[in-house]
Ligand binder design. Structure first.
Ligand code: PLP
Length: 448
């Protein structure tokens, strides 16, 4: 094992205190709330996490893409403390406050689209998605929604219905909300039409015409919601023509284009928003996760005339746009700029991809390397020809990682993807050490 400079593992992982807490958790918390490691956190800073047993890990997860500006930046902790000294909660619908308005203005300014915009703040990604759908339906007076196979939009009723993955998100939770139609995504490694790009001529994007002809008329469709890079689906980056083609179809048919940037947003893909890799100006954009710099916050930003469609009182929520979260978000967005995190995301992504391509030469289990900016993943297969998903092996790789000091996440419809969502403030030394732990974990898999 290579020498570790950052990671500190003092004994077996999980340690005794994590194990004790785990057993208390099993007694008190339903199993439905999954956990990807059996490790209980005690503190964190930058790109490292320390657990209750004193072990220190490198973080390639960022609490699932929430900490692009890192764990606990001093600037964010400071404004949260200052705000806590003034008031904790007011409810924007009772007495409004400046930070909400400043943040709405900031999001209206930094999101793509040369038109007047408005922003409503909410709490979770799923809640942003729910609201975007409500707004689109209200504006168009149409009720159909198009979403994508393998897509993920959250666990609440509409968001779950839009999601294109059965396990674990939809199984046994009853009928989805009506009038949702799933389209094939451009998952080129496993093309749903068995074709190869570019010879396929984007059969996946064109499939929507068949839906319009046989399933639902386009004039009954309110919106299309899409992740510019599928996150939970396994970091699937579509060919560059895919999203523009869908966008043109939406424009031609009066369908609202909703860009779900909950996981891809705030510099992760090497642009502030992943949709900026294409020339699209989405009608509505959902953000969450890293927009709050570690605090609970989400938003829907979009064309003012669409956002203004619902009547007074039709949107919102008691905690939506919490004052502590607004303060944190304003600083988080500043930090992205001040710390040059867009450029850093590209540098991290290049380094990770290079390392993954080198590992792919050595380890046949790596079927595919893909990603955009610092959103890079490997898809593990039992055999490169059959592409049989290596699901258990992928779980084992992630287990070896955390036992050796790296928190890494899985993803993918077949649960065989290892994805990297490290804080963008990670140092080169931390990044290299993290990658070497992942390399050793891959080396130890039985598929060689
Ligand atoms: C693209 C996307 N949309 C929506 C969500 C739901 O966000 P939340 O878990 O905050 O409800 C997620 C969460 O991973 C996501 O990746």
């Amino acid at each position: 094992m290579a020498e570790r400079k950052i990671v500190k593992i003092t004994g077996d992982v999980p340690g005794p205190k994590s194990r004790q807490l785990y057993s208390e958790m099993e007694q008190n918390v339903p199993r439905g709330a999954a956990h990807m490691t059996p490790i209980a956190i005690s503190s964190a800073k930058g790109a490292t996490i320390t657990d209750v047993d004193g072990n220190t890990y490198i973080d390639f997860a960022s609490g699932i893409g929430v900490l692009n500006v890192g764990h606990r930046p001093d600037e964010i902790v400071k404004v949260i403390k200052e705000q806590a000294d003034k008031y904790l909660h007011a409810c924007f619908h009772v007495t409004f406050y400046e930070s909400y308005i400043r943040l709405a203005n900031k999001l209206n300014t930094i999101t793509p689209g040369q038109f007047p915009k408005k922003t409503i703040l909410l709490n979770s990604g799923a809640e942003a998605v729910e609201n975007a759908i409500k707004i689109a339906k209200y504006h168009t007076k149409r009720y159909g929604i198009l979403s994508f196979l393998e897509g993920f939009h959250g666990r609440t009723a509409a968001a779950m219905s839009l999601t294109g993955q059965i396990q674990p998100y939809k199984y046994n939770f009853g009928p989805p909300i009506p009038w949702i139609y799933h389209l094939p995504f451009a998952y080129c490694y496993r093309c749903p039409f068995g074709q190869t790009y570019p010879g396929c001529e984007l059969a996946c994007a064109k499939y929507v015409e068949q839906v319009f002809g046989s399933v639902i008329s386009p004039d009954a469709i309110a919106a299309l919601i899409v992740e510019p890079v599928q996150g939970e689906g396994g970091f699937i980056v579509p060919p560059k023509e895919f999203l523009p083609e869908l966008y043109q179809i939406c424009k031609a048919k009066g369908i609202i284009f909703i860009d779900d940037e909950v996981q891809t947003g705030i510099a992760r893909t090497g642009k502030l928003f992943a949709i900026e890799h294409s020339s699209i100006e989405p009608d509505l954009i959902t953000t969450a996760k890293s927009v709050g710099g570690g605090m609970v916050l989400s938003a829907v930003t979009g064309k003012a005339e669409i956002m203004d469609a619902p009547h007074v009182g039709g949107l919102g929520g008691t905690y939506a746009g919490h004052p502590l979260s607004c303060e944190a978000a304003l600083v988080a967005l500043d930090l992205v700029e001040k710390k040059n995190l867009i450029a850093r995301a590209n540098a991290i992504g290049d380094k990770v991809k290079q390392a993954f391509y080198a590992m792919q030469e050595r380890y046949p289990i790596i079927g595919d390397v893909r990603g955009l900016g610092a959103m890079v993943a490997i898809e593990l297969v039992k055999d490169r020809k059959t592409k049989e998903p290596a699901r258990q092996e992928s779980a084992l790789v992630r287990q070896k990682c955390y036992q050796n000091g790296l928190i890494a996440l899985g993803a993918g419809i077949h649960h065989n993807v290892v994805r990297t969502l490290m804080p963008l403030v990670i140092t080169d030394e931390e990044l290299e050490e993290g990658l070497s732990i992942l390399d050793e974990a891959l080396k130890s898999t039985p598929i060689q």
